[in-house]
Design a protein around this ligand. Structure first.
Ligand code: GLC
Ligand code: CA
Length: 514
């Protein structure tokens, strides 16, 4: 386990929307280099970069055309290497996004595989035996190639699935086993991509749809086997490199597949959802809701299932949001967002902050889909840096912007937030400084629940010498707890010390050291 991950705090950068250094309206790698000090100043020491590879951008770069080349709109391979070097000089790490499950249908492998003539790439993707062979349980694209067969897609129609084989073979005419030499070669091709960028200085990968490799693999047994072999390669040849999965199942991803860390994603019915995004119609039933009537037990039951089995082997990553979900501002007030940040930054695991969340950027519902974003487009708008032209994101004419700038009344920017001691930014920065200064608040330190009651408040937990109280509800809530001799380290809202009990005011957070 690379040591640096234990105090890593990540900042996710959606490159096209972060900072445009050359006035073409699209963010770029040079722009990221120029803003490294900003990211570091917030308290992050690592960056996850969404895909920067050459792509036709039918899914914002998750449709890779060339794994070995930076998309010209972001710069060159040399620029990316300069980013690695500049980050390393500042003590920061850079994770690239690895998209192993599918490519763009414009990828040269696919261009060859879809032809009638058989080649050594004919099994790189998954084709049925003829165009008349189209079992409805598979997402197939039918009748559009020269080759007599239909092909499987993972996500959008432009993203044909790479062939890692089938764990359970239901159609032996066209399904290969995972240990077929052609399937092993697919995995080898992806390992080669990883080695290429690790050799250039990347610190590892966030892995897109990590569970998607082998098909008909419900328990993900054969998929885990592939990742284990990747982990062995890292342990042997790149012991400081990490792989973090988009999976949201610590048992499978960390324990079985060997990932160093796994994202806690917003999935219907899981703990993340019940904490932050459980909206039933207009009724927000999340634990962190503006008039909370949520249930902390829903979170705990789910979280501890994953935490207990994986905590000695890897990290669960709390995310403020990502490029696939509405921003938190869609669900909560700025104040409640501050409480969620206080909670996340005092929990174990590797935290991830999505660009713009530190200033409370808004989720836009009024935008036309861009590059396959659809409902996600509203979370992908240009970073708002200042009151200057295009919010300081770019010098370009307004109509050239990748996506429009949020011009709504009171839209936040870095400048306004940095100058306001009560801002979301100031709160997050203070919390990250606390986390950094105190080993008990770091990523692998123990978590112990002190008080949690179904539909009750506050929620109280301990991290080493620290105790955290959080009460997002409308009411002040009392809990038996002797605060004698405690040092109050961080407060949002208020509390009263009643000797043998503590009263945590409505919508408040308290961190004490004792
Ligand atoms: C992941 C990415 C998402 C992308 C999809 C297909 O979920 O986060 O943005 O569209 O995979 O690659
Ligand atoms: Ca640019």
């Amino acid at each position: 386990m690379p040591k640096w991950l234990n105090d890593a705090v990540f900042y996710e950068i959606y490159p096209q929307s972060f900072y445009d250094s050359n006035g073409d309206g699209i963010g770029d790698i040079n722009g990221i280099i120029q803003k490294l000090d900003y990211v570091k100043g917030l308290g992050c020491n690592a960056i996850w970069l969404n895909p920067v590879y050459d792509s036709p951008f039918m899914d914002a770069g998750y449709d890779v055309r060339d794994y070995y080349k930076v998309a010209p709109r972001y710069g060159t391979n040399e620029d990316l290497v300069r980013l690695f070097e500049a980050a390393h000089r500042k003590g920061m790490k850079i994770l690239l996004d690895l998209v192993p499950g599918h490519t763009s249908d414009t990828h040269p492998w696919f261009q060859i595989a879809k032809r009638a003539r058989e080649t050594d790439l004919s099994n790189r993707y998954i084709f049925t035996k003829s165009v008349w062979d189209a079992p409805p349980e598979y997402r197939l694209m039918c009748g559009i190639c020269e080759r007599n067969g239909n092909y499987l897609v993972n996500y959008f129609s432009s993203q044909p699935a790479l062939n890692y084989g089938f764990y359970e073979i239901t159609h032996p005419e066209w399904q290969l086993p995972p240990d077929h030499p052609d399937c092993l070669r697919t995995a080898e091709a992806i390992r080669a991509v990883m080695r290429f960028w690790l050799d250039k200085g990347a610190d590892g990968f966030r892995v897109d749809m990590a569970d998607s490799l082998v098909k008909n693999d419900d328990e993900k047994i054969a998929t885990a086997r592939i990742w284990r072999s990747v982990r062995e390669m890292l342990d042997r040849d790149y012991p400081d490199a990490v792989m973090i999965s988009e999976w949201s199942n610590p048992q499978r991803s960390i324990v079985n597949a060997g990932f160093h860390a796994d994202f806690y994603l917003d999935h219907q019915g899981n703990g993340y959802n019940s904490l932050f995004r459980k909206k039933i119609g207009d009724d927000n039933q999340s634990f962190f809701a503006d008039s909370s009537h949520g249930d902390i037990e829903e979170f705990l039951a789910d979280y501890f299932l994953g935490y207990n089995c994986s905590k000695d082997k890897g990290y669960i990553c709390f995310i403020t949001n990502n490029h696939d979900m509405p921003r938190a501002t869609f669900y909560m007030t700025d104040w409640m967002i501050k409480l969620t940040h206080a909670f996340m930054m005092t929990m174990p695991g590797v935290p991830f902050i999505y660009y713009g969340d530190e200033i409370g950027m808004r989720y836009r519902t009024d935008l036309i889909s861009k590059e396959g974003g659809f409902s996600r487009t509203g979370s992908r708008t240009p970073m708002q840096w200042s009151y200057e032209k295009n919010a300081g994101f770019s010098d370009c004419d307004e109509d050239m912007l990748y996506l429009p700038i949020d011009k709504s009344e009171g839209a936040p920017n870095v400048e306004s937030q940095q100058n306001d001691p009560g801002s979301i930014y100031a709160n997050l920065k203070a919390l990250l400084a606390l986390r950094k200064a105190n080993p008990s608040l770091r990523n692998d330190s123990d978590l112990e629940v002190v008080y949690a009651k179904s539909h009750g408040f506050p929620f109280v937990y301990r991290r080493g010498e620290f105790t955290v109280f959080v009460n997002p509800s409308d009411n002040d809530e009392q809990v038996d707890y002797d605060m004698n001799g405690a040092e109050v380290v961080y407060v949002l809202g208020g509390y009263e010390n009643h000797g043998s009990s503590v009263r945590i005011c409505s919508r408040s957070f308290l961190l004490i050291k004792q």
